[in-house]
Each structure stands twice: as C-alpha cells, then as structure tokens.
Design a protein around this ligand. Structure first.
Ligand SMILES: [Zn+2]
Length: 47
C-alpha cells in the first residue's frame, strides 16, 4: 500500500479561498492568490 501523506486544508477568512498542502502550517511568505492577505488570515479547516 502506498503511504498517504496527511493533508491540511486552509481557508482564507477574508475571501473563502481554500488551499490544501501536506504541511500543518502555511509557508511564512504565503499570500492568498485571490485577495492578497498573508497566512495570518487563513484558518485550518478540519476534515
Ligand atoms: Zn483571500
């Protein structure tokens, strides 16, 4: 069986954009591609 990496989904609290990555935190320099806010405005979505 293949190892499945845990995935984390973050949602922009300003515009609702969602991004899924395999790290528990967004990169420090991550910015929302829709509205341009930084990662502080993203919240982790519980799956
Ligand atoms: Zn946004």
């Amino acid at each position: 069986m293949a190892d499945e990496k845990k995935q984390y989904t973050f949602r922009c609290t300003v515009c609702g954009y969602e991004v899924t990555i395999d790290e528990p935190e967004l990169p420090e320099d991550f910015v929302c591609p829709v509205c341009g806010v930084g990662r502080d405005f993203f919240e982790l979505v519980e799956n």
